[in-house]
Design a protein around this ligand. Structure first.
Ligand code: DC
Length: 225
C-alpha cells in the first residue's frame, strides 16, 4: 500500500502554481517538487553543452550524464552547478517548451519525478502530474486563469525582479507556451479527468492556498500543521 500522499498541481504557464504549491507543501510538511524547473535545467544543460535546444538528438545526447538535484532550500543544481537563477532567464524561458516537447527528455524526467514521490509525501507542480506522472495522486488540482490575467501577474513579478519586458511581450510568451505545451504529441498539458479545476482568476494567493488545503482535507483528512 502506498504510504505516501501525493498532491498534483497542474495548469498552464504563469498560473501561479509554484507560489501556491510551495505554500501548500509548507503548510502540510510535504516536499515541494517543481517539475518545470527540471525541464528548465535540461534546457540549460543542452545550451551550455553548445547544442541546439530544438533538436531532439542534441537533447538526447546529454541525458545519460544528466544530474538534477532539487535542494531543500529551493535551489536547483544541474550537473553540480547551481542553476537556480539562470533557469529563469529569457534565454531558457524562450527555449524550454521545445525541450519539454521531446519524448526522450520527458521519459527521463518523468522517471526521476516518480522516484521522488515514492519515498516521501510531495506537492508536485507541472503540466502532466495528475494526468501522467502520478495518476494515482490522492489530490489533483488543475489551476486555471485567463492568459491576460496570467500575463499581468507574470509582468508584475518581472517588474519586481527587474526583468525588462513589456506586458505585450509577456502575454505573447504566455500564449506561445500555452500553445506548444498543449499541442505536443506526447503527454500534452491537460487536466486529468479526476482533477479539481480551480479558476483562480478572481482569487489571491492566500485564497487559492486555502481552497487547496480544504480539498486536501476532504480527500485525505490531512490538515495544515
Ligand atoms: O512551469 P514552468 O514555466 O517552469 O515550466 C517550464 C516549461 O516546462 C513549460 O514550457 C512547460 C514545461 N513543463 C512540462 O511540459 N511538464 C511539466 N511537468 C512541467 C513543465
Amino acid at each position: 500500500m502506498d504510504q505516501h500522499i501525493s498532491i498534483a498541481i497542474d495548469g498552464p504557464a504563469a498560473a501561479g502554481k509554484s507560489t501556491v504549491a510551495k505554500r501548500v507543501a509548507k503548510a502540510l510538511g510535504f516536499t515541494y517538487i517543481d517539475t518545470g524547473a527540471m525541464y528548465r535545467a535540461v534546457t540549460y544543460a543542452v545550451i551550455k553543452a553548445g547544442k541546439n535546444p530544438t533538436k531532439v538528438e542534441d537533447a538526447e545526447s546529454i541525458l545519460p550524464s544528466l544530474q538534477i538535484e532539487l535542494k531543500e532550500d529551493g535551489s536547483i543544481f544541474c550537473n553540480n552547478e547551481d542553476v537556480t537563477q539562470i533557469i529563469r532567464t529569457p534565454m531558457i524561458s524562450g527555449n524550454v517548451s521545445y525541450i519539454a516537447a521531446m519524448k526522450p527528455v520527458r521519459l527521463a524526467l518523468i522517471q526521476m519525478q516518480r522516484k521522488m514521490a515514492e519515498h516521501q509525501c510531495v506537492v508536485m507542480d507541472g503540466r502532466d502530474i495528475g494526468s501522467y506522472v502520478l495518476p494515482h495522486a490522492q489530490v489533483k488540482i488543475f489551476q486555471l486563469a485567463s492568459a491576460e490575467i496570467r500575463a499581468q501577474r507574470r509582468y508584475l513579478e518581472d517588474q519586481e525582479k527587474g526583468i525588462p519586458a513589456t506586458y505585450e511581450e509577456v502575454l505573447a510568451e504566455v500564449k506561445k507556451r500555452d500553445y506548444i505545451d498543449s499541442h505536443r504529441d506526447f503527454d500534452p498539458l491537460m487536466a486529468a479527468e479526476d482533477a479539481v479545476k480551480l479558476d483562480t482568476s478572481q482569487m489571491n494567493v492566500e485564497e487559492v492556498v486555502q481552497a487547496i488545503l480544504t480539498i486536501v482535507k476532504e480527500k485525505t483528512g490531512l490538515e495544515a500543521k
